[in-house]
Design a protein. Structure first.
Length: 470
C-alpha cells in the first residue's frame, strides 16, 4: 500500500510504533501525521513558510502526543498530535534548522542550525533555555545522550561538542580530523559516539578515554550510520550502494551487504537487532539478515529513490518514504504493502522531533525559527525566541525530554529548557555552521558536528567544552 499526499519532496520520516502513526516532513512546507492502517492522514501540520527539513516524535515513554518540525528558514515548531494544534513556534535561529531532537524524557528539545548555534528549549512552555555557541560552521546534527544529561552537536567545522544540558556549558570539544561532520549516533549505553565525516568516513569515539577507532573498509562516503540495539555492531550505508557491518569495539568489518545499484540514503536496525532495512536511490527498500548480511526481501520497487526507513517498535512494520512524497508501509513478515500515505503540499523543514514522553512536536527550519507544538493545547505553537540567527539544521531531545539541543548555520548550538523554552546554553566555539547535535545516553554530554571539520563534546550542564575532535 502507498501513502501519498505531499506536493513536494519528503525530507524526513519518523514513526511511533505504540500507536502505529507515522510523521513526514516535506518541501511543501508541511508535516503530516498518518494513521497507516486506517489509510488516512490524521492531521496535516501546516504553518511553515519554508521547506520542512526534519521531523521527530516525542518518544520519551509517556503518552506520546507531540511532534517537532524544522524548516530552512530557521524556525522549529511543536505540534499537538491529538488536535493538530501548533503549540509554539521559534524564530530564534538566524539560519536554517538542520536537526531537531527531543530529550528522552520529553521535557526538553534541541535544535541545530546553519547559524552555527544549537539551542535548548523547555517543551512545556516553549521557553528558550540555552544557546550553545562554539562551533564555527553550521551544526548539522544534534543528539541527546540516553539519560538526557548531555547533548552532542556535530558541525561542518569538523568538531563534535558535548554540552551539559542542565546549564548549557560546553563539556568537551573533539576534532574530527579536519573533515566535516555530517552525523552523530550514540551507542545504547552512551559510552561511545559514532561520527560520520569526510575521511575516514566513520570513526567511533570512546568518550571516557578519548580514544577513537576508524571503521575499516568504508567504501566511498558513508551517508548513514546506526548502532545495533545491543551496541556491539555499527552499520554504515555508503554512496556506492553497499552496507558494511563493523565490530564497534575494533572497527573491523564483520559483514558486507551488496545488492543496491545506487546510493543508500538511510538504514535502520529492527528493534531486536536481527534485521537491517535499507532505502536506496535505486528505487528499492530491502531487508537483510543483520547477522549474516544475506538478503531477505525486496519490499519496494519504484521509479523514484527512497530516502528514509523506519521500523515500528514491535518490528513487524517497515515504513519508507521517497521522492514521490509518498510514505509506504509494509508487513515485514509477508512483504505485503499495507498502506500508502500522501498529502503534503510544498517546501522543507530541516529537522523534526517528537518528545520521548508524549506527542508534543518540535520543528526547526531555515528561517531559524524553532517551534514547539503541544498536544494538550490543540497544537498551538510556542515560538522560541532569542535563538539562532540562521537556519536550524539538527534537533535532539535529551534522554529525559527536559532539554532540547539545536545545531545552527550561525556556527552555534543551543540548549533549551523543554518546559519553558528558555535558552539554557549557547555553544559558540565552532567557526562554521553546525550539521548535527546529539545527547549522550545519560544526558550529561552533548556532541556537536560542524563544517569547520571538528566535532565537540560539551558538558551539557555547564556548556564547557570537554573534548574537540579534529
Amino acid at each position: 500500500m502507498a501513502l501519498s499526499g505531499h506536493a513536494g519532496m519528503i525530507r524526513d520520516l519518523d514513526s511511533y510504533s505504540a500507536s502505529g502513526r507515522l510523521a513526514s516532513a516535506s518541501d511543501d512546507g508541511s508535516a503530516i501525521v498518518w494513521e497507516p492502517f486506517g489509510n488516512r492522514d490524521l492531521v496535516t501540520l501546516a504553518g511553515h513558510n519554508a521547506q520542512v527539513w526534519t521531523a521527530a516524535y516525542d518518544t520519551s515513554g509517556r503518552t506520546v502526543r507531540r511532534l517537532a518540525t524544522a524548516d530552512l528558514e530557521g524556525r522549529w515548531k511543536l505540534w499537538d498530535l491529538d488536535t493538530g494544534r501548533e503549540l509554539f513556534s521559534s524564530p530564534d535561529h538566524t539560519g536554517a534548522i538542520l536537526s531537531v531532537a527531543f530529550s528522552p524524557d520529553g521535557r526538553r528539545a534541541a535544535s541545530g542550525s546553519v547559524d552555527k548555534t544549537a539551542k535548548l528549549w523547555d517543551v512545556a512552555s516553549g521557553a528558550h533555555l540555552f544557546t550553545l555557541s562554539g562551533h564555527t560552521d553550521q551544526i548539522s546534527t544534534v543528539a541527546f545522550s540516553p539519560d538526557g544529561a548531555q547533548l552532542a552537536t556535530g558541525s561542518y567545522d569538523g568538531t563534535i561538542r558535548l554540552w551539559d544540558t542542565a546549564n548549557g556549558a560546553e563539556l568537551s570539544a573533539v576534532s574530527s580530523g579536519g573533515t566535516r561532520v555530517f552525523q552523530l549516533a550514540y551507542s545504547p549505553d552512551g559510552s561511545r559516539l559514532a561520527v560520520v565525516r569526510s575521511e575516514p568516513s566513520v570513526v567511533i569515539w570512546d568518550l571516557a578515554n578519548r580514544d577513537s577507532v576508524a571503521l575499516t573498509g568504508a567504501s566511498a562516503n558513508v551517508v548513514a550510520v546506526a548502532f545495533s540495539p545491543g551496541g556491539a555492531r555499527v552499520a554504515g550505508a555508503s554512496r556506492d550502494g553497499t552496507v558494511r557491518l563493523w565490530d564497534a569495539a575494533t572497527g573491523q568489518v564483520r559483514d558486507s551487504v551488496v545488492g543496491h545499484d545506487d546510493v543508500i540514503w538511510d538504514l535502520a536496525f529492527s528493534p531486536d537487532g536481527r534485521r537491517l532495512a535499507t532505502a536506496s536511490a535505486d528505487g528499492t527498500v530491502r531487508l537483510w539478515d543483520a547477522g549474516t548480511g544475506d538478503s531477505l526481501r525486496v519490499l519496494g520497487r519504484s521509479d523514484v529513490e527512497f530516502d528514509a526507513v523506519a521500523f515500528s517498535r514491535a518490528g513487524d512494520r517497515l515504513a519508507a518514504v521517497g521522492e514521490d512524497r509518498t510514505v509506504r508501509v509494509w508487513d515485514v513478515e509477508s512483504g505485503e504493502e499495507v498502506v500508502s500515505l500522501s498529502g503534503h503540499a510544498a517546501e522543507v523543514v530541516y529537522d523534526v522531533a517528537i518528545s520521548p514522553t508524549n506527542l508534543d512536536v518540535l520543528s526547526g527550519s531555515d528561517d531559524a525559527e524553532l517551534r514547539l507544538w503541544e498536544s494538550r493545547s490543540n497544537y498551538e505553537a510556542i515560538v522560541l525566541s532569542a535563538g539562532h540567527k540562521w537556519g536550524i539544521l539538527d534537533i535532539a531531545f535529551s534522554p529525559d525530554g527536559r532539554r532540547v539541543a539545536t545545531a545552527g548555520r550561525d556556527n552555534r548550538a543551543k540548549v533549551w529548557d523543554a518546559s519553558t523554552g528558555k535558552i539554557l546554553l549557547t555553544l559558540a566555539d565552532h567557526t562554521w555552521s553546525l550539521n548535527a547535535v546529539a545527547f549522550s545516553p545519560d544526558g550529561k554530554l552533548l556532541a556537536t558536528a560542524s563544517r569547520d571539520s571538528t566535532a565537540r563534546l560539551w558538558d551539557a550542564a555547564s556548556g564547557q567544552v570537554k573534548h574537540t575532535l579534529a
